[in-house]
Design a protein around this ligand. Structure first.
Ligand code: F6P
Length: 569
């Protein structure tokens, strides 16, 4: 799609006349989605074909492997090894239409306040909109602001890379330490690892997230404070872990340099939406890169939150990554549902979660550079869709987001694949692989790809008792060596791992999560579930510090007493 087409697509639509946030919530009455026609049809359909084996699906249609595939933004999706026939797919498409996935998508892209519990638009797609696009929030086109921050962050990244931006003592900044957590850590950490080959030799990029002091100590090990730049990334700039780490990092810096507060400005920058708190912390807001409350933390990698990544791979590499995001956005916005990759992945996931009883979903990248991708997806998916009330606050009676997990292949094959192949849980899998290697070491890539293709084949078709017996296996061992198969998988095949492929892949999953949230009638863009633990931890921290322990259940009280005993030594 051209940038003009994109602009048209996201052109301003007057937001609905919503007086208050509560009103917005009640405007989103979801009702019992299981009573809808498409849902009921899928339930009945699942009764009929839920147990049918993938062997039968393939036997019935020799062209299935080619037919059930779609391609966009450089990613080929083979979804033929799913327990679906044409009727299932048609019924899933009907569900998407019944749940108005397209309408909700268009509302998101147009900047309507679809995050109803926080009264905000959801506009991570504006972060990669072309310069001439127009996305309007409260009557203002936000795209020029996005590009202004990208340009400022790009210029800063370039200055660090070429050594024109230096530390307090005049030394170049060769160590970049990002301090952040959740969306202010997982995205840039995952992507910096994924795009490691693009980082110049001699530049060290590290990530500190955990409040566990060991994380900071290990991240700073061997670093020279004179050459170290800290990026404090926090949307709110109020997150306990990040502020605690940032304070200790400041002490480490000033002690190491033997300098006063004036050194902070040369070694600390902030990425935040909250200028006031940044200033309060002592970082000059001149050294702050902003973003906006319409970007969720877990959707913020492609904003200035990616500054550490931008320094690592350069602004050009970052721009290439954004082009990959944009290509997938445009596909999601315009492709028919039947050929729309995020829609297909979202619906297939719903099929397993809601109609075939799957409780988890494995993501298995056959690429070392995607080692952190499953962890990144855990926040993206589980913080978004780990919800049990609808947009209008009614309890759901249907499953929502699954447990997402995974590790790179082939490592996982020698660890947990046993359970996927022969355990008692249904675990739908996504296998991600690239045709071309990043490093051509002869036979390695061929072997890697052979495994990436063999596993979905084994998962789908298994090995029957007859096949095992025919190999002359001792009859007593036949049941142990039989593979039931019928485990569904998607294979996502790209050309070569790199910035554009990574951007497209991330956007694919962002939009998949969106589709599922729309199907389930939940708000994928808040995260109230993280609050209670934070509040209780604040109380306990105070109790541990002062010894004035308040009322707790007997288990927590005993644990506090034991921790305090140890502390009192
Ligand atoms: O605790 C959850 C959370 O709010 C995430 O949603 C977010 O990405 C993370 O904390 C960090 O928040 P912040 O960027 O405001 O420090």
């Amino acid at each position: 799609m051209t940038s003009r087409a994109f602009a048209r697509l996201v052109a301003f639509r007057a937001p609905p006349a919503i007086g208050t946030r509560l009103r917005a919530v009640s405007d989103n009455a979801v009702g019992d989605i299981t009573a809808g026609q498409a849902w009921r049809a899928l339930s009945a359909h699942a009764e009929r074909i839920g147990d049918r084996h993938l062997r039968e699906f393939f036997a019935a249609d020799p062209g299935r492997g080619r037919r059930l595939a779609a391609e966009a933004a450089g990613l080929y999706l083979d979804y033929s090894k799913n327990r679906v026939d044409d009727a299932t797919l048609a019924a899933l498409m009907a569900l998407a239409r019944e749940r108005d996935v397209e309408g909700r998508r268009d509302a998101m892209l147009a900047g309507e306040p679809i995050n109803v519990t926080e009264g905000r638009p959801v506009l991570h797609t504006a972060l990669r909109a072309p310069r001439d696009a127009s996305v309007t929030v409260d009557g203002e086109n936000v795209v020029p602001g996005v590009h202004a921050v990208l340009a400022a962050a790009g210029a800063y990244a370039e200055a660090v890379r070429d050594g024109s931006r230096r530390g307090h003592t005049g030394r170049p900044l060769r160590n970049i330490v990002n301090i952040g957590i959740g969306g202010s850590d997982l995205g840039p950490a995952m992507a910096a690892d994924a795009l490691l080959p693009l980082a110049p030799d001699g530049l060290r990029v590290r990530f500190v997230s955990n409040v566990d002091g060991s994380d900071l100590v290990e991240s700073l090990r061997g670093l020279d404070p004179a050459e170290t730049l800290f990026i404090v990334a926090s949307k709110s700039f109020g997150t306990l872990e990040t502020l605690t780490n940032a304070r200790s990092a400041r002490d480490w810096l000033l002690q190491g340099l033997g300098a006063g507060e004036e050194a902070v400005r040369d070694h600390f920058v902030a990425v935040s939406t909250n200028a006031e708190r940044v200033a309060e912390f002592g970082i000059d807001t001149e050294n702050m890169f902003g973003f906006w409350d319409w970007v969720g933390g877990r959707y913020s990698l492609d904003s200035a939150v990616g500054l550490a990544l931008m320094i690592a791979i350069g602004p050009a590499g970052f721009a290439e990554m954004l082009s990959g995001f944009r290509a997938m956005d445009e596909h999601f916005a315009s492709a028919p549902l039947e050929a729309n990759l995020p829609v297909l992945l979202g619906l297939l996931g719903a099929w397993y979660a809601n109609f075939l009883g799957a409780e988890s979903h494995a993501v298995l990248p056959y690429d070392r550079y995607l080692a952190r991708f499953p962890a990144y997806l855990q926040q993206l998916d589980m913080e978004s869709n780990g919800k049990s009330v609808t947009l209008d606050g009614k309890p759901v009676s249907w499953a929502t987001g699954p447990v997402v997990w995974g590790e790179p292949g082939t490592n996982g094959q020698h660890a947990f694949y046993q359970l996927i192949h022969q355990g008692t849980h249904l675990v739908p899998c996504d296998v991600i692989a690239f045709r071309e290697p990043v490093h051509d070491l002869g036979v390695h890539h061929e072997l890697l790809l052979a495994n990436a293709l063999a596993q979905p084949e084994a998962l789908a078709f298994g090995r029957t008792a007859e096949e095992v017996a025919a190999e002359g296996v001792d009859p007593a061992l036949v049941p142990h060596r039989t593979f039931a198969g019928n485990t569904p998988s998607n294979v996502i095949l790209g050309e070569r791992m790199g910035p554009a492929a990574l951007g497209a892949l991330i956007a694919l999953y962002e939009h998949k999560v969106f589709v599922q949230g729309a199907i389930w009638g939940i708000n994928s863009f808040d995260q109230w579930g993280v609050e209670l633990g934070k509040v209780l931890a604040d109380t306990i921290a105070e109790e541990l510090r002062t010894g004035a322990v308040g009322a707790h259940d007997s288990s927590t009280a005993e644990l506090i007493a034991r921790v305090r005993d140890r502390a009192d030594g």
